[in-house]
Structures are given as C-alpha cells and as structure tokens.
Design a protein around this ligand. Structure first.
Ligand code: LLP
Length: 443
C-alpha cells in the first residue's frame, strides 16, 4: 500500500488519534492493519466497527512494560468479546468484570479466574454466585451490606480474597457523570467519614474473607498522573491506620482505571510510562513516610487500551443545509455511540474511499435516530462535496461505543471486525431484525 501525501499524512504529524498502523491508501482510502477501510465497509456494510488487534496488544504491552511489578487488569466494560479475552490472556493481563455476563464470557475462553477482579456497586445474586462458583481472584467490596452476604456464600474451606473500594474524595475525570472518586456519589466507602475503616474492620472479622487490600477508581478520561499520586497518598495513609488499629499489613493497592485517550488531535493522553513513573514515585515516598511496606499495585485501564484501536465506519445517507449549518446524516448514531449525547464527547471524522479536491468546510455529522441530540461529531472539517454514499471514518472509537450500543429504533447493533497484518476477521456479527424479532416472544 503506497502512502499519499494528503490530509491524513498531515494529521499524522500532529499527535494522532489514529492507530499506529493507519496509512493513507490510493483513492482517498485509509488502511488499518494493512486492510482497506473502504473495502471493509463494502464487505461488512455500515455502520461497522474496525479494531486494530496489534494496537490493542501493543497498548496492553505498554502497560505491562510501564509497571512490570504490577497487575494490569483490563476493564472489560470498555469493549469485550471472546477474541479480546484471548488477547488479554495472551498479553498477560487480568480482567476487570462487573457482571456475571462479562465473567461468563471470559470463562468460555478459559480465562484464568484468579486473574479476574469483580466489581459493582450493586452486585446481583447472580453476579456473586457466578464469581464464587468460578473462583475469581478478587471481589471488590463496594458496600457494607455485601460483606456478610459474600462471606456466607463462599464455597469450600478457603477464604475469598476481597478488596475494599474506598472513596478517596478526589475529583477527577472528564465529565461529572464519570467522576467516581469524589464524595456524594454511589461508589465506594468514604475515607473522610470513617465508612471505609468500618468496612475494613467488618471484613477483617469475617473468617471466610481474606482482605488483600484497598481499591479506588477516581473516574474516567483523566489526563494527568497527579490525581493518582494524590490517591496513593490517601490510600497509603489509610493502610497505615489499618496497620495501627488492627495490626495487619494489607499487601495490595488497586488504583482502578481512568487513563485518558486522545479523541481529537492534540488531546493530552499521557503514555502508561508517565502515569507509572508518578504513581510508583509517590508510592515509594508515601510508604517510606508512613513506614508501611510497598504494596503490590494493580491498575485497571480500559479506554486507554481500547479506544485508540477502534475506528467506526458509517455511510452518508443525506446532506442538508439548515441555516448556517451543514448536517451530514449517517446510517448510525446514538445507538452505536451514545458518548456525545451522554458526555458531550467530541470526535474527528474523515471521509474515506474517494479522493476529492473540494475545499473543506465545517460540518456536523449526525445520526439517523429520532432525536435532535443524536449528534456524532459537532463542527468537523469535511469536503464540501461530501454526498450520500460516501464513507466516513471516526477514529478513537474502540471504547464504550459498541459496549454501550443499544437497540434504539431497532437499527441493529453494528458488527466488529478485527484487522491484523493484512487480514480481517469478523469478531461480532451485525444484529439483525431476526435477533430483535426472536426476543419478542409475547403477543
Ligand atoms: N475500573 C473501574 C472500577 C471502573 O469503573 C472503570 C470504568 C475502569 C476501571 C476503566 O476505566 P477506563 O480506564 O476505561 O477509563 N462510559 C464512559 C466511561 C465509564 C467508565 C466506567 N468505569 C465513557 O464512555 O466515557
């Protein structure tokens, strides 16, 4: 595939939102993992999601390299399929699951259960039953009422390993809806009001539970290592108080996920090494200050591994001028990507599969759903001659899009196609009308 000196190449000279393997190809095309995006749109139809396997793997490896002594636990909620479970197993990562469904999926691939961490502010009886039956490595306790409940269900003689999720009282994250480390929301047990220490005392009193450490998750799309350093200080101080009060030294500290990905060129997205450096430096400093042995670290990245590896493909259905605005409507929308509507998320868009010399103009890409808020990308630059039938590619689409896709308007959730070394393979097929119809069992 030859590389053309076009807009795409110029984009690549800025901090890129495209996977490493992305290159411009003849005829205005883009190739990912050596596979033409225009061809994939033709073969699989649109909307479709393309996932660059090597990008996922190399980002997983970058986390392992950055924190060689830590456990890197991939947050399945960002996107998971059976192939992804295999990739994570092969790259030596663990898996963060938050439902029996995610856990069962991992189990179908024989993912080592001891490398699974189960989360949830409100785990259902089925979640807990499945976690205990399959023997997950850690269950993260998120409320008082699940302590006795879990302890009562532990099968066999061995204690279940658990962490206590604490609220460090730190505000971080790109949007209020994804800030989970501050006081006054549903997650975790507050350090400030003593709930965390009370829960620790209760867990320590349960012989069927083995408390291995503390957990926190500050939020999502956090583009600076500083909030993590602050969390380390507060959690290590708590480890010291637990040691003083109970005489136990907890050996593990799980800092959750939340590491940022770039959605627009130039968005700050520190590499794993930058977070790792700051976190380990603060961990060593705080442990020395409080005289506690350095605990084993866990981090739970989801987005930073998966978002940059995915590209969404749409076909233009209509182009409309409304006042000063140009709306390009595509065959997907908030049913496959609810992020702009939920969090005001921004994306870039590029036309693929057709060369044009037309000048660029500011355009808003909207979906096909029955809501004015169904906007995919506000104020993006697209060629003036963009027309129905053209293919649009949206990079940075690998995380929290397919996994949050809905059945709205029965348009059918899109397929996911993996590309690697010049080959593509279907990971998830498109949801069909027959899928919808077969669930509709009553008359
Ligand atoms: N660990 C825990 C306990 C979490 O709750 C999450 C994400 C993660 C790890 C992974 O966070 P990440 O590294 O992916 O930021 N739907 C939102 C994001 C919600 C994140 C929920 N928890 C979005 O599309 O921005």
């Amino acid at each position: 595939m030859t590389t053309e000196p076009d807009l795409f190449v110029r984009e690549l000279s800025a901090p890129s939102v495209w996977p490493d393997s992305a290159v411009s190809a003849p005829g205005g095309d883009v190739a990912l993992g050596g596979v033409s995006l225009a061809e994939l749109a033709e073969r699989h139809g649109t909307p479709a999601y393309v996932l660059d396997e090597e990008e996922v793997r190399s980002r997983a490896r970058a986390w392992r390299r950055a924190l060689p002594d830590a456990d890197i636990v991939y947050a399945a909620k960002a996107f998971v399929s059976r192939a992804v479970v295999d990739w994570m197993a092969e790259e030596g990562l663990g898996l963060d699951v938050c439902s029996a469904g995610e856990l069962e999926l991992a189990a179908t691939r024989g993912f080592p259960p001891e490398r699974v961490v189960m989360h949830g502010n409100a785990k259902s009886p089925q979640d807990l039953r499945t976690a205990l039956r399959l023997g997950v490595g850690r269950i993260v306790i998120d409320s008082d009422c699940e302590i006795a409940r879990i302890a009562a269900q532990v099968p066999g003689a061995e204690a279940q390993r658990v962490l206590v999720r604490v609220l460090p009282g730190i505000e971080a994250g790109a949007h209020r809806k994804i800030q989970t480390g501050s006081e006054g929301q549903k997650f975790g047990l507050s350090i400030a009001n003593g709930d965390a220490e009370d829960a620790v005392a209760r867990v320590l009193g349960q012989p069927k539970l083995e408390l291995t450490g503390l957990h926190c998750h500050l939020g999502s799309q956090i583009a600076s290592p500083e909030p993590y350093a602050e969390a380390v200080r507060r959690l290590v101080a708590l480890l010291a108080r637990i040691r003083d009060r109970h005489g136990v030294t907890l050996p593990e500290l799980d800092l959750g996920g939340g590491f940022a990905a770039a959605y627009l060129p130039g968005d700050p997205a520190p590499p794993p090494a930058a977070y790792a450096r700051r976190i380990t430096e603060e961990l060593d400093r705080s442990c020395a200050e409080f005289g506690v042995p350095t605990p084993r670290l866990t981090v739970e990245p989801g987005r930073s591994i998966m978002a940059p590896a995915g590209v969404a493909l749409y076909r233009v259905l209509s182009v409309k001028r409304s006042g000063a605005q140009v709306f390009v409507a595509v065959d997907g929308g908030m049913s496959d990507n609810p992020r702009p509507a939920l969090y005001g998320a921004r994306y870039t868009v590029r036309m693929v599969g057709r060369s044009t010399a037309a000048p660029m103009r500011t355009t808003t890409v909207v979906g096909r759903h029955c809501e004015a808020g169904d906007i995919l990308a506000q104020d993006v630059e697209l060629p003036e001659d963009v027309r129905p039938g053209d293919i649009l590619a949206v990079p940075a689409s690998g995380a929290y899009q397919v996994s949050m896709a809905s059945g709205y308007n029965m348009t059918g959730r899109p397929p996911v196609v993996a590309v690697s070394q010049g080959r593509s393979r279907l990971l998830m097929r498109r949801e069909t009308f027959e899928d919808h119809r077969s669930r509709d069992v009553g008359l």
